[in-house]
Design a protein around this ligand. Sequence first.
Ligand SMILES: *Cc1c(COP(=O)(O)O)cnc(C)c1O
Length: 498
Amino acid sequence: MQYLSTRGQVQPVQSAQAIKQGIAPDGGLFVPESFVNLSQDKLRQLVDCDYQELASEILGGYLTDYTAEEIKDCITGAYNSDSFNHSDIAPVHSINDDLHVLELWHGPTCAFKDMALQLLPHLMSLAVSKTGEKNQVVILVATSGDTGKAALEGFKDVSGTSIIVFFPEDGVSQVQKLQMLTQQGGNVSVVAVKGNFDDAQNGVKQVFADAEFNKELQQRHYRLSSANSINWGRLVPQIVYYFSSYLKLVKEDQLSIGKPVNFVVPTGNFGNILAGYYAKQMGLPINRLICAANPNNVLTDFINTGVYNRSRDLLKTISPSMDILISSNLERLLFELTGRDTAKVRSWMGELKGQGRYEVDSAVKEKVQAYFWSDYATDEQTLNTIKQVWDEHHYLMDTHTAVAWHVYQNYQQQTGDNNKTIIASTASPFKFNASVAKAVLGSDKTAGEDEFQLLDMLSQRTGWEIPVGLKNLDKMQVLHNKKAPANGIGRAVDEILK
Ligand SMILES: *Cc1c(COP(=O)(O)O)cnc(C)c1O
């Protein structure tokens, strides 16, 4: 299997090369030349597989320059009982016959990023040796909160690599910030950026695009790469849980193979939901992919109108991992929906960069609307949904998952679609506990309490246990204190690598 750039101006490469590079040299994103097909017969054979076996099957189809043995080792290193606190890895919690929640937060940092970032470092480390790379691979990450910690955990002390994480100083929760600032490991750096997530992400993108700086780094024996969700090694592991959750429902006699389901996905950078689109292309019976947004609803507008317009203020919400105006992975969808018309992709991405806006043609818009449906939830609706679902179902959700739940309710009301639906739950409720506690306990009880007291209060009230990774964070030593302005990310990299 070879990998092409969405901008069509570089030669195809093997998967190890695509994973090592992160982003294609022409500024595009790497995409597989074709989709592996899993027929209904094949799906039937996979029903009894565990998560690791299913992951081997799916990854094996795409990472054809890795041996079966190597893939198996990577998977065992990633998805095991040391890092995940549930044997299903991504368990499905059934609310009722029609509605199910796919819990993607049982990994070490309590958010769905672990699903990919526990695996990527293993793939990356092998990619370095497979491609004969002599330089140290330096992973640069811009994070809206969850990716940073998950990447730090995944890459800490992985040989041949080091990692630098940039996060918006005031754009992450107290828990998220401390998770990063207390990170241990000999090859890790963490930098607070003055600005929002888009500033941090743009700053990192500029460093990647700075040919001269990259050349200089090569002379110093460094090669930059990305662990952001534009890396193919981030996307491919995410395809697995779309299949695993479907097959789980089949195994439990909730579904028969071939019957379509909807997935509702709280969306920011469009990586998670894009993996769902890939799963559908591979043969998974998916009816609609429901893209749930917060008030930074660029994607909702895009899906409903065909116009992508990032010229608006980035709003701070209680679902900060979705506070994004430039959803990078959408480029991969446009590549497919235009019939792989790289000239069109280049021109739209050029307009986005130059004018902050582009409009797709009607054929593409129709296809977008055939696959996707989108709406958004305000912060108030999000809090109300957490409370409502706790009261009605005794199920505790984080803010991002609650956005998805709210949007699903709107979807059902507006479409009457009764297909079974799986909501992707992307974080433990304790990771965003300030808002969750406020919703469940009431703001009169939570006002003035710090995030760590709230963890205990929430746990006591609900009987849900605080995950290990979030306990005692406030008592751990802060190990990182670097800061950089939004336009100083290159300089920070330069200094850290000195
Ligand atoms: C990253 C993240 C999202 C958004 O996922 P994308 O792949 O960027 O669309 C949603 N919820 C949580 C908790 C996240 O960490």
